[in-house]
Design a protein around this ligand. Structure first.
Ligand code: GAR
Length: 212
């Protein structure tokens, strides 16, 4: 009998190019996982079309239909568990997640963020980077914790910020790096290479186990 695949649940709100990068990596065989379900809080998200084109269940859970973040998250957890998800990927999911999701998937919720954290957390990170005047930005894949973009960093990838950049050009350059980095990190998770360590009195941090 074949081994059960590593099942990803991908949460989205928008265009879903990171979801597409995941699907393409699976198709190419560089990511040995399966996307079990895509959940969007936005009914018109293009990411849903990408999921449908790949014959993946595409579910809308509209946050506006819930009276609290926790109630919304509980509905999302129900969908993820019904699809037997091993790991939750926030791929352009523009909602803060609560402990309702984090407790259901401990150290199993990852986010991709368009800046080199801890710089520029939250929304419009690329705009923040331009406004600050940094010459290097990039993207970060990290575990999600209760804060906003504060969880243990798994991997980062830098890009230059050019004098000629506007928000759109910097966003595009960073997005390209996200598409490379996210599937690589997910494959590390599949292979069980990502170890979370808790140094005494320090922040939790990750270590990537090398080797075969
Ligand atoms: C990506 O740049 C992702 O890093 C960002 O939204 C974009 C989604 O693009 N996420 C955040 O800013 C979360 N704070 P996509 O829908 O094409 O993957």
């Amino acid at each position: 009998m074949s081994e059960r695949p590593f099942v990803l649940g991908v949460l989205v709100s928008g265009s879903g190019t990171n979801l597409q990068a995941i699907l393409d990596a699976i198709e190419a065989g560089t990511l040995q996982a399966k996307v079990g379900v895509v959940v969007s809080n936005v009914a018109t998200a293009k990411a849903l079309d990408r999921a449908k084109a790949a014959r993946i269940p595409a579910i809308v859970v509209d946050h506006k239909a819930f009276s609290s973040r926790e109630a919304f998250d509980a509905a999302v957890v129900e969908v993820l568990q019904a699809h037997r998800v091993d790991c939750v990927v926030l791929a352009g999911f523009m909602r803060i997640v609560t402990s309702t999701i984090l407790d259901a998937f401990p150290n199993r919720v990852v986010n991709v963020h368009p800046a080199l954290l801890p710089a520029f957390p939250g929304v419009r990170a690329q705009r923040q980077a331009l406004d600050y005047g940094v010459s290097i930005s990039g993207c970060t894949v990290h575990f999600v914790d209760a804060g906003t973009d504060t969880g243990p960093i798994i991997a980062q990838s830098p890009v230059p910020v050019l004098d000629s950049d506007d928000e759109a050009s910097l966003t595009a350059r960073i997005l390209k790096k996200e598409h490379e980095l996210l599937p690589i990190v997910l494959q590390w998770l599949v292979e069980g290479r990502v170890v979370v360590e808790q140094p005494e009195g320090g922040r939790p941090r990750t270590r990537i186990r090398l080797g075969p």
